[in-house]
Design a protein around this ligand. Structure first.
Ligand code: BGC
Length: 759
């Protein structure tokens, strides 16, 4: 890599400005005179969408493996597998001459209505952060970059390029930024893509606090920030806000505006130089990885199948699965012949091949006879004939398998979902088939939860197969026939109905703003605290075997926050087939100054076990596992006290609990100020000491001043309650007479003692 400092010195102002805006839809500006190559980026996230003509935004890319989308990836809870996925994606980038893959997406699933939820991992920031970090580390280990997106709070498609997400600081830190923070700190993505939306009134593309203060300074992000495609509104303001590269290009007027701003003194050239340095660093880093060659299509297809089968979640099973030797099988639903394996929008991959679910089933069905009926039409019309045909084949079969895909008009990038329902025809189809066939299995292809109360009780089994990638058809067959024992668990709650969801009354906002009124309480954090029943909880998924949890132990009963803790637990496969269990560790703070969720995921592990086998699983919990973000201190804090460490098979299936005692090592500054109440003074250890003499005097004074002079007035509970809520300075006004100075000055003197600015 050349010396960037020297290089920047040699660059003209025009060259620097040009480098900070794309040269085409997918490339940066090449500066031949100085040997600066171009950088080529491509979507992302679950496959490489390498558009052959870099001047075209067009949807169709060169053939590449379409892996399952993020909903399915997260449901694997398998960081090693996601790392492998990343490596495979990097191999395809290399073969397709791509320097940076535009992914992964680490936004939270605030509501299941979010149109792009299929591209995002989870409703939980810990899980999403771990997934994103593994993805990035996998890709970048092969010398290909990533773009962690969409930073930040990109949680809806309604008014997606203009809406302002109104979020309080604590919620931002603990929920909406936390996965990004983990990914940046653990994996250092080469680039971060800013979101289209505004955050608390400022476009993310111009958000200095977000892009500079937090991302670059506090978290130590070393790469460059790229705009989402078309997210820049004012180029100079965005540079000042920390946005290094505007995409797509070319945008000659933008380049000119930067040149003019420097020349007129409106933009400090050092700001431009920093953006240039960040971009150049990645451009040269990328150039070190030789491109070209081929990738192993068959191996990647096999990996896509493996990932899909690990991510699919068995939601219900009355014992019908795995299929045994049923001879007559009714296969119903268009999705059995036309696999629904990805979502619409910028992530749309041109697959190298696509498994046909029906044919894959046939391969494993040994001599069984498979009958097919379409079940529902491609469009949104209602067709009774298709239902009648399906019923006919279902009633004479031993089992009916209904393959249902949520149509594109109900779920895609570009718009939010209208509801959580399957189509009217799909619901009627399930009901009609179940009426004649008790052994009905529903297989779902969708990127986010659907509600099921209209039919779930009547079906024998449900398999959530997600947007399953190009090899998903084979993965479904693997699970239905028990070639793979399902182990996927939900990375998001399936609610009973839309009205139950946390953001229901605050979504999607309008007229330019959406208020995140539910605060910290999204996903299971909300259902937990409200004690609400759900259809399927976060972390839930069935297996063909069963697991016993025992011997939960903790490394220390009492520990210092900075030392953290390790827990271990024995998991035994108590069933008859091999299987994998996803073990989840949640932390519950028994007492805290500010409200906290009932429990939060802070660790997990996936363990594979033969029948009868036991393995010990260990999970480390660090400072952050016990901390929360306190807005008044402006930092992550721990509070001494007792915490429950809860280990379980899902967020609502806790199998063992240990209580531990944390000793906080933090020395926090006092939050007392001129407006603090007497209660705040009494609760502050230093404050209490400092005001003790004054309060003694104050009380004595009050008691002495009995109105009629008969009996000293007692300060009863009611009076005390009243006093405690008053600001100290206002309270002192009642007894100004005995004070050496005006109340405000007295309080200022006390504050100086508390904050250590005086003796
Ligand atoms: C999407 C990004 C994508 C970019 C380039 C935007 O519309 O929001 O996720 O990477 O287009 O296709």
């Amino acid at each position: 890599m050349p010396s960037l400092e020297n290089l920047i010195q040699k660059m003209t102002l025009a060259e620097k400005a040009a480098l900070c805006t794309g040269a085409s839809a997918w490339t940066t500006t090449r500066i031949e005179r100085l040997g600066i190559p171009e950088l080529l980026v491509s979507d992302g996230p679950h496959g490489v969408r390498r558009v052959a003509d870099v001047d075209s935004m067009g949807n169709q890319g060169l053939p590449a493996t379409c892996f399952p989308t993020a909903s399915c990836l997260a449901a694997t809870w398998d960081t090693a597998l996601i790392d492998r996925l990343g490596k495979a994606l990097a191999e395809e980038c290399i073969a397709l001459n791509v320097d940076v893959l535009l992914g992964p997406g680490a936004n939270m699933k605030r509501t299941p209505l979010g149109g792009r939820n299929f591209e995002y991992f989870s409703e939980d920031p810990y899980l999403a952060g771990e997934m994103a970090a593994s993805f990035i580390n996998g890709v970048q280990s092969k010398g290909v970059g990533t773009s962690l997106k969409h930073f930040a709070a990109n949680n809806q498609e309604t008014e997606r390029m203009s809406i302002s997400a109104e979020i309080d600081e604590r919620t931002l830190r603990e929920i909406y930024l936390a996965a990004f923070e983990t990914a940046v700190k653990k994996a250092q993505p080469w680039t971060v893509m800013c979101a289209y939306n505004k955050l608390n009134g400022t476009y993310c593309s111009e958000h200095h606090q977000l892009l500079v203060d937090l991302l670059k300074k506090e978290w130590g992000f070393e790469g460059f920030v790229v705009s989402d495609w078309g997210a820049v509104h004012e180029r100079v303001a965005s540079l000042q806000g920390g946005l290094d590269l505007e995409m797509p290009g070319p945008r000659q007027s933008r380049v000119q505006s930067v040149i003019a701003a420097v020349q007129t003194g409106h933009l400090d050239e050092s700001v431009l130089d920093e953006a240039v340095a960040r971009i150049l660093k990645i451009v040269f880093q990328a150039a070190e990885t030789p491109k070209g060659g081929e990738f192993d299509q068959a191996a990647h297809h096999a990996l896509a199948r493996r990932i899909a089968s690990e991510g699919m979640v068995l939601l219900k099973n009355n014992g019908i699965l795995p299929l045994k030797d049923q001879q007559q099988i009714a296969v119903i639903g268009r999705a059995a012949q036309a696999a629904h394996f990805q979502g619409g929008g910028s992530s749309h991959i041109n697959p190298t091949q696509v498994d046909n679910p029906f044919e894959e089933l046939q391969k494993l069905a040994r001599g069984a006879e498979l009958h097919f009926a379409e079940g529902y039409p491609a469009d949104d019309t209602f067709n009774q004939e298709l239902i009648d045909e399906a019923v006919k084949i279902a009633q004479s079969a031993a089992v009916a398998l209904i393959y249902l895909a949520l149509p594109g008009y109900k779920e895609s990038e570009g718009y939010d979902r209208p509801d959580l329902d399957l189509t009217q025809q799909q619901i009627a189809l399930i009901q009609a088939v179940c009426a004649v066939q008790p052994n009905t299995v529903v297989i779902l292809n969708n990127g986010a939860p659907v509600v099921m109360s209209a039919w779930i009780d009547n079906v024998a089994a449900v398999l959530e197969a997600w947007m399953m990638g190009q090899a998903g058809g084979g993965a479904i067959a693997d699970i239905l026939y028990g070639k793979v024992n399902p182990s996927g668990k939900l990375a998001e709650t399936f609610p009973l109905k839309l009205e139950d969801t946390p953001a229901f009354i605050n979504f999607p906002g309008g007229h330019g703003s959406v208020r995140y009124g539910e605060g910290l309480f999204i996903g299971y954090r909300y259902y937990d605290i409200k004690q609400m029943p759900v259809l399927f909880p976060f972390g839930y998924g069935l297996s063909y075997t069963s697991f016993l949890y025992s011997n939960l132990s903790v490394s220390h009963q009492t520990f210092r926050d900075v030392d953290g803790l390790t827990i271990s637990v024995d998991i035994t496969n108590t069933g008859k087939v091999a299987g994998s269990e996803i073990v989840q560790c949640y932390v519950h703070d028994q007492q805290s100054s500010l409200i906290r969720p009932d429990k939060e995921l802070k660790g997990f592990a996936k363990v594979s076990l033969q029948p009868g086998e036991t393995k010990t699983v260990s999970i480390s919990l660090d400072f952050r596992a016990f901390a929360y973000f306190h807005p008044a201190y402006g930092q992550w804090i721990t509070e001494s006290g007792q915490f429950d460490v809860m280990v379980g098979a899902s967020s609502t299936d806790i199998r063992c609990v240990e209580t531990v005692t944390l000793e906080s090592t933090l020395e926090l500054p006092s939050l007392l100020d001129r407006d603090s109440t007497l209660r705040a003074w009494m609760e502050d250890p230093r404050g209490q000491q400092v005001i003790a003499p004054l309060m003694q005097q104050f009380v004595a004074q009050m008691q002495a001043q009995s109105a009629d002079g008969e009996k000293a007035q007692e300060i009863d509970q009611e009076m005390m309650g009243y006093m405690l809520e008053m600001q100290l300075k206002d309270l002192l006004h009642f007894q100004e007479g005995f004070l050496p100075a005006p109340p405000e000055a007295v309080v200022d003197g006390l504050l100086a003692q508390v904050h250590g600015t005086t003796e």
